[in-house]
Ligand binder design. Sequence first.
Ligand SMILES: Cc1ncc(COP(=O)(O)O)c(C=O)c1O
Length: 347
Amino acid sequence: MDSTDPTIDLRSDTVTRPTPAMRTAIAEAVVGDDVFGDDPTVNEFQRRVASELGKESALFVPSGTMANQLAIAVQTHRGDQVVVESESHIYRYEAGAPAALSGVQLTLLDTVDGELDWSQVEPALNADDPHCAPPSLVCVENTHNRKGGRVADFNSMRELRTHANERGMRVHMDGARLWNAAVASGISMAEWASCADTVSVCFSKGMGAPIGSALVGDAATIAQAHRRRKQWGGGMRQAGLLTAACLHALDHHFQDLRHDHANARILAHGVQRGEWSLVCEPETNIVLFRVLGAATGWVDAVAAQGVHMSTMGVDLVRAVTHRDVSARQCEQAVATINAISPPRGTG
Ligand SMILES: Cc1ncc(COP(=O)(O)O)c(C=O)c1O
């Protein structure tokens, strides 16, 4: 956010703007036609991301949604059973794409903290019976957006993959904010990625790039995703302009995520209880509050004073920290929120 902008935008970590240094990296990128495989900056990006995540291959895609949906499309057949958590981004916010694009049947499992473990997944798997959709994929999310940026339990994730693979199934991890999980846990990106066959990661969230995600996995799976990306109209030409920004984020922004996590704690601990209660202690950059009365009333009242947040349901408010809000602005946001009385008719 530019320093003259009086608003504090905590709606999402996707609102960041490229820094001058990132804009320079974009301007200076050496590019070619990536549909011909000729863009050196895309190729370097894909090699680098595959290596950071300890997988054979990576594919650059415009969005986290496309990365997740490619993972589903290339690891299932039409009519398969795919197990997902009921609050997952893949189920709630990807416009019905698993059904529309891959024709799969989702089995939704409720959890307290967003994490699927094998003891919950196994009983939900369909039997090998011609009446039933054959299970082929489990999707997990780490960190978990709607559960307040929670970091998964590493051992339980690793076990999930082992058991799923033994059953002939695959695991996809929606790691849009896996960077945050790595920084918060001290567990490397590659270790986290070892818990899944494919992983999607985003550069347009806390990492601060304007556009871009990647899907990583074994070479054969990513080759199929590459073909499917073309089929879906996602072949891009001088895409090195975008991957230059993502590479810059990898080199210069990754470790800064710890500041966002500290700033989330400023919000969580500063907002006085009463009308607002913390849903869970923030582990990364997402703070979830439950409010008395309608969340939209609160969010509108606070926004009128320059602090923008989003609602996640009837009484849930989400505040997300990112590189364009400072610790001082988070303190200012706390003061603004604490000064606002319950909106009329809600409390
Ligand atoms: C957990 C998670 N997965 C996937 C996505 C989708 O990313 P995109 O908006 O780039 O499609 C988001 C977006 O916020 C997300 O929070």
